[in-house]
Design a binder for this molecule. Structure first.
Ligand code: ZN
Length: 372
């Protein structure tokens, strides 16, 4: 009954999204306006690129830029409520306990904040990493080159640029396993703070998630880690523009029929007064989220939970393309960094124990989940 009611609702809501484009839509598109959604059921709205940043991102209003999304299943999923199961069939049953401590713990012991401090200094020194600015492109070039040298120790690992309609690419690092099934960890590397030209160091949002993934990758690469499943590290461009990079990547994964067992997104991993990893529960896959909590608790201690709303980060793109996604954050909303999307989201505000905690979780999750 519930499912049928939801399907009816979805069928109704999809009509407003996927209707035949009107002449006005074509004119808006031609004028460079973008179509955004700020809630599952609300009508989408045409706004300018500047308005996205000034009126939405700067005020912490989550949104998804659906201008270039043509897949009706994805549009339907983007109209699904936060607790709806948007999957037709789940690819995997997740374990209820961890089992790879003997392999994970020696790797976790190698995690440090030395390189993350250096990487974050570089990332936050860009005037901003806005995805349509030259700085954003420069940050992408630095990230790509740094990842290439980081994995040079293991020739099996590949680093690929995933290019977009905007200049800043997403970057994908792959550690091949015995199977092509994918376990993905992700973080966006663009930043913004109030306008498209403003200073935006983006330390916690989201240089923190980027350096966490880089340090986990450093440890796994140096130790020639290879699991059953293939591991991917995704660094997205254009998240602050409405989840643009991740939407394009997962649209590609959907259309090419990739099997994705898990996507764990980290957006803000370096500011945590509570000292506890927070695992968010809205617009995610509940079964994967439960498994992520099992792993995080086993390896980092007590966790917290919260909700962050519609379009709050790139896990939403994975979910809308039908892949199981979870979101791991550094703190609950109430006590999260007060500096988000301002010039004050600076390196000096980073709490390094949080970076260390998230990196340990990431290594643990990749080792555990590589046997899904
Ligand atoms: Zn972010």
């Amino acid at each position: 009954m519930k499912t049928q009611a939801l399907l009816a609702l979805l069928a109704a809501s999809i009509c407003s999204v996927a209707a035949v484009p009107s002449p006005q839509d074509a004119a808006n598109r031609k004028a460079g306006l973008r179509l955004i959604k700020t809630s599952p059921k609300g009508a989408p709205k045409w706004i300018s690129e500047e308005e996205k940043i000034v009126q939405y991102a700067a005020h912490e209003i989550g949104f998804v830029d659906i201008t270039d999304i043509t897949d009706s299943q994805v549009l339907r999923a983007l109209s699904a409520d936060e607790d709806e199961d948007v999957f037709q069939a789940r690819a995997v049953t997740y374990p209820t306990a961890v089992s790879k401590q003997a392999q994970a713990n020696p790797l976790i012991n190698l995690v440090s904040t030395t390189q993350p401090q250096s990487w974050m200094t570089t990332l936050t020194n860009y005037h901003n990493r806005y995805y349509r600015a030259t700085y954003g492109t420069q940050a992408g070039t630095w990230l790509y080159n740094t990842l290439v040298s980081l994995v040079a120790v293991n020739p099996a690992i590949t680093v690929t640029r995933f290019t977009h309609s905007f200049n800043q690419p997403s970057i994908i690092v792959k550690i091949p396993g015995n199977s092509t099934d994918l376990v993905i960890v992700s973080a966006h590397y663009d930043s913004t703070a109030g306008s498209t030209t403003a200073r935006a160091p983006g330390a916690d949002d989201n240089a923190s998630g980027v350096v966490v993934l880089m340090e986990a990758l450093r440890v796994l690469a140096n130790n020639k880690f290879k699991g059953k499943d293939t591991l991917e590290f995704h660094f997205y461009g254009g998240e602050e523009g409405g989840l643009l990079g991740s939407a394009a990547v997962f649209a590609n994964y959907k259309s090419t029929g990739k099997t994705v067992l898990a996507v764990v997104n980290q957006d803000m991993a370096g500011y945590s007064p509570s000292g506890k990893i927070s695992i968010y529960t809205d617009y995610v896959d509940s079964a994967l989220t439960a498994y992520v909590r099992v792993v995080a608790t086993a390896y980092t201690g007590t966790t917290t939970a919260d909700k962050c709303g519609y379009g709050c980060s790139d896990h939403a793109s994975a979910r809308s393309n039908g892949f199981p996604a979870a979101y791991v954050c550094d703190e609950v909303m109430k006590t999260a960094t007060p500096y988000i999307h301002t010039a004050n989201d600076a390196l000096s505000t980073i709490m390094w124990p949080a970076i260390l905690r998230h990196t340990k979780f990431t290594v643990a999750f990749l080792v555990e989940a590589s046997y899904l």
